[in-house]
Design a protein. Sequence first.
Length: 213
Amino acid sequence: MAIRALNSVIVANYDTLATASWQAGACLAINSSTGNVELATRASGADTLNFATFVGFSSDDTARSGNTMILADPVGSNYIDGSGVFQSNNNGFYVAAKRAIGDFQSEIVNGVTNLSAQSSGYEGPRRGVGVYNTPGGQFVTDQFTLSISDGANSDGGGTWTPAPGDACTFAAAGTGKLVKLATMGTHGPMVARVDKYDSAAGLLYITMVLQVS
Protein backbone atom coordinates (compact mmCIF):
# COMPACT_ATOMS: atom_id res chain seq x y z
CA MET A 1 0.00 0.00 0.00
CA ALA A 2 1.09 3.60 -0.40
CA ILE A 3 0.68 7.24 0.46
CA ARG A 4 1.80 10.31 -1.47
CA ALA A 5 2.08 13.71 0.20
CA LEU A 6 0.60 16.59 -1.77
CA ASN A 7 1.13 19.11 1.04
CA SER A 8 2.80 18.22 4.34
CA VAL A 9 5.16 20.14 6.60
CA ILE A 10 6.65 17.61 9.05
CA VAL A 11 7.68 13.96 8.90
CA ALA A 12 8.30 12.83 12.49
CA ASN A 13 10.29 9.77 13.57
CA TYR A 14 9.01 7.18 16.05
CA ASP A 15 10.38 3.97 17.54
CA THR A 16 8.80 0.73 16.40
CA LEU A 17 9.66 -2.93 16.86
CA ALA A 18 12.01 -4.35 14.27
CA THR A 19 9.48 -7.12 13.61
CA ALA A 20 6.63 -4.67 12.88
CA SER A 21 5.19 -4.97 9.38
CA TRP A 22 2.96 -2.53 7.50
CA GLN A 23 2.77 -0.53 4.28
CA ALA A 24 3.22 3.21 3.84
CA GLY A 25 0.01 5.09 4.54
CA ALA A 26 -1.02 2.90 7.49
CA CYS A 27 -2.59 4.65 10.49
CA LEU A 28 -0.23 4.41 13.47
CA ALA A 29 -0.63 4.87 17.23
CA ILE A 30 1.63 4.68 20.29
CA ASN A 31 1.38 1.59 22.48
CA SER A 32 1.10 3.12 25.95
CA SER A 33 2.83 0.13 27.54
CA THR A 34 5.94 -0.06 25.35
CA GLY A 35 6.17 3.38 23.78
CA ASN A 36 6.49 1.75 20.36
CA VAL A 37 4.42 2.88 17.40
CA GLU A 38 2.09 0.16 16.09
CA LEU A 39 -0.83 -0.22 13.68
CA ALA A 40 -3.77 1.77 15.04
CA THR A 41 -6.80 -0.34 15.90
CA ARG A 42 -10.14 0.15 17.60
CA ALA A 43 -10.28 -3.44 18.90
CA SER A 44 -11.57 -3.91 22.43
CA GLY A 45 -8.91 -3.52 25.09
CA ALA A 46 -6.28 -2.08 22.77
CA ASP A 47 -4.13 0.83 23.88
CA THR A 48 -5.41 2.75 20.90
CA LEU A 49 -8.85 3.03 22.50
CA ASN A 50 -7.11 6.03 24.05
CA PHE A 51 -7.64 7.99 20.86
CA ALA A 52 -4.98 10.56 21.76
CA THR A 53 -2.28 7.96 21.01
CA PHE A 54 -2.90 8.24 17.23
CA VAL A 55 0.23 9.82 15.70
CA GLY A 56 -0.40 9.88 11.95
CA PHE A 57 0.19 8.02 8.69
CA SER A 58 3.32 5.96 8.07
CA SER A 59 5.57 7.45 5.40
CA ASP A 60 7.62 4.23 5.23
CA ASP A 61 7.07 0.61 4.26
CA THR A 62 8.28 -1.76 6.97
CA ALA A 63 6.82 -4.81 5.17
CA ARG A 64 9.06 -6.64 2.74
CA SER A 65 6.30 -7.60 0.29
CA GLY A 66 3.00 -6.30 -1.05
CA ASN A 67 4.20 -2.70 -1.24
CA THR A 68 2.86 -0.23 -3.78
CA MET A 69 3.67 3.31 -4.85
CA ILE A 70 1.56 6.18 -6.17
CA LEU A 71 2.84 7.79 -9.35
CA ALA A 72 1.77 10.83 -11.35
CA ASP A 73 0.98 10.69 -15.06
CA PRO A 74 0.11 14.28 -16.02
CA VAL A 75 -0.34 13.33 -19.68
CA GLY A 76 -2.48 10.21 -19.78
CA SER A 77 -3.24 9.06 -16.22
CA ASN A 78 -2.21 5.49 -16.92
CA TYR A 79 -2.95 3.04 -14.12
CA ILE A 80 -3.36 -0.65 -13.35
CA ASP A 81 -6.92 -1.50 -12.33
CA GLY A 82 -8.00 -4.02 -9.70
CA SER A 83 -7.82 -6.85 -12.24
CA GLY A 84 -4.23 -6.03 -13.16
CA VAL A 85 -5.23 -4.50 -16.49
CA PHE A 86 -3.48 -1.37 -17.74
CA GLN A 87 -5.86 1.55 -18.24
CA SER A 88 -5.40 5.00 -19.72
CA ASN A 89 -7.56 7.91 -18.59
CA ASN A 90 -7.37 11.65 -17.87
CA ASN A 91 -4.35 13.09 -16.11
CA GLY A 92 -3.85 12.21 -12.43
CA PHE A 93 -2.28 9.67 -10.06
CA TYR A 94 -2.22 5.87 -10.31
CA VAL A 95 -0.96 2.92 -8.24
CA ALA A 96 1.80 0.51 -9.25
CA ALA A 97 3.82 -2.21 -7.58
CA LYS A 98 6.83 -0.94 -5.65
CA ARG A 99 10.20 -2.58 -6.11
CA ALA A 100 13.20 -2.01 -3.84
CA ILE A 101 16.48 -3.74 -3.07
CA GLY A 102 16.76 -5.36 0.34
CA ASP A 103 19.04 -2.65 1.73
CA PHE A 104 16.17 -0.17 1.47
CA GLN A 105 13.62 -2.37 3.22
CA SER A 106 13.00 -3.24 6.85
CA GLU A 107 15.66 -5.35 8.53
CA ILE A 108 15.30 -7.46 11.66
CA VAL A 109 17.62 -6.13 14.36
CA ASN A 110 18.99 -8.94 16.53
CA GLY A 111 21.23 -6.93 18.84
CA VAL A 112 21.46 -3.54 20.48
CA THR A 113 22.62 -0.44 18.65
CA ASN A 114 24.39 1.04 21.68
CA LEU A 115 27.30 -1.05 22.98
CA SER A 116 26.97 0.38 26.49
CA ALA A 117 23.30 -0.57 26.79
CA GLN A 118 23.91 -4.34 27.07
CA SER A 119 21.32 -6.90 25.97
CA SER A 120 18.45 -5.40 27.99
CA GLY A 121 19.02 -1.85 26.81
CA TYR A 122 16.32 0.43 25.42
CA GLU A 123 17.95 0.53 22.00
CA GLY A 124 17.33 -3.01 20.84
CA PRO A 125 15.67 -4.40 18.91
CA ARG A 126 14.01 -1.31 17.43
CA ARG A 127 14.02 0.79 14.30
CA GLY A 128 12.63 4.16 13.35
CA VAL A 129 9.65 4.85 11.13
CA GLY A 130 8.72 8.14 9.47
CA VAL A 131 5.22 9.42 10.22
CA TYR A 132 3.21 12.20 8.59
CA ASN A 133 1.61 13.84 11.64
CA THR A 134 0.72 17.43 10.77
CA PRO A 135 -3.02 18.23 10.66
CA GLY A 136 -3.87 20.00 7.42
CA GLY A 137 -1.52 17.82 5.36
CA GLN A 138 -3.02 16.65 2.08
CA PHE A 139 -2.38 13.15 0.78
CA VAL A 140 -3.30 10.54 -1.82
CA THR A 141 -3.53 7.01 -0.43
CA ASP A 142 -4.66 3.48 -1.21
CA GLN A 143 -4.72 2.59 2.49
CA PHE A 144 -8.50 2.49 2.98
CA THR A 145 -11.35 0.00 3.14
CA LEU A 146 -14.82 0.72 1.75
CA SER A 147 -16.47 0.08 5.12
CA ILE A 148 -18.39 2.15 7.67
CA SER A 149 -17.85 2.03 11.43
CA ASP A 150 -20.79 0.82 13.52
CA GLY A 151 -19.15 0.68 16.93
CA ALA A 152 -15.87 1.03 18.79
CA ASN A 153 -14.93 -2.52 17.80
CA SER A 154 -16.56 -3.06 14.40
CA ASP A 155 -16.70 -1.76 10.83
CA GLY A 156 -19.91 -3.54 9.89
CA GLY A 157 -21.97 -0.43 9.18
CA GLY A 158 -22.25 -1.10 5.46
CA THR A 159 -20.36 -0.39 2.24
CA TRP A 160 -18.81 3.03 1.90
CA THR A 161 -18.81 5.08 -1.29
CA PRO A 162 -16.40 7.91 -0.36
CA ALA A 163 -17.63 11.46 -0.98
CA PRO A 164 -16.00 14.84 -0.32
CA GLY A 165 -16.35 15.82 3.34
CA ASP A 166 -16.68 12.27 4.70
CA ALA A 167 -15.01 11.79 8.08
CA CYS A 168 -12.52 8.93 8.37
CA THR A 169 -11.16 6.92 11.27
CA PHE A 170 -8.89 3.86 11.38
CA ALA A 171 -10.22 0.34 10.99
CA ALA A 172 -11.25 -1.78 13.95
CA ALA A 173 -9.56 -4.80 12.38
CA GLY A 174 -6.02 -3.61 13.14
CA THR A 175 -5.05 -3.19 9.48
CA GLY A 176 -4.21 0.50 9.87
CA LYS A 177 -6.53 1.35 6.96
CA LEU A 178 -9.03 4.19 6.87
CA VAL A 179 -12.79 3.58 7.06
CA LYS A 180 -15.76 5.97 7.19
CA LEU A 181 -16.44 7.30 10.69
CA ALA A 182 -20.13 7.15 11.53
CA THR A 183 -20.05 8.66 15.04
CA MET A 184 -17.03 10.61 16.24
CA GLY A 185 -15.82 9.67 19.72
CA THR A 186 -18.10 6.64 19.99
CA HIS A 187 -16.64 4.84 16.98
CA GLY A 188 -13.19 6.42 17.09
CA PRO A 189 -11.40 9.70 16.41
CA MET A 190 -11.71 11.59 13.13
CA VAL A 191 -8.22 11.42 11.61
CA ALA A 192 -8.91 12.48 8.01
CA ARG A 193 -11.46 14.15 5.74
CA VAL A 194 -12.17 12.98 2.20
CA ASP A 195 -11.34 15.53 -0.50
CA LYS A 196 -11.94 13.31 -3.54
CA TYR A 197 -12.31 9.63 -4.45
CA ASP A 198 -10.93 8.20 -7.70
CA SER A 199 -12.70 4.86 -7.91
CA ALA A 200 -11.09 3.91 -11.23
CA ALA A 201 -7.56 4.28 -9.87
CA GLY A 202 -8.51 3.07 -6.38
CA LEU A 203 -7.16 6.21 -4.69
CA LEU A 204 -8.51 8.38 -1.89
CA TYR A 205 -7.55 12.06 -1.63
CA ILE A 206 -7.62 13.17 2.02
CA THR A 207 -6.72 15.99 4.39
CA MET A 208 -5.38 14.93 7.79
CA VAL A 209 -7.33 16.19 10.81
CA LEU A 210 -7.29 15.17 14.46
CA GLN A 211 -10.53 15.41 16.42
CA VAL A 212 -10.57 13.07 19.40
CA SER A 213 -13.92 13.89 20.97
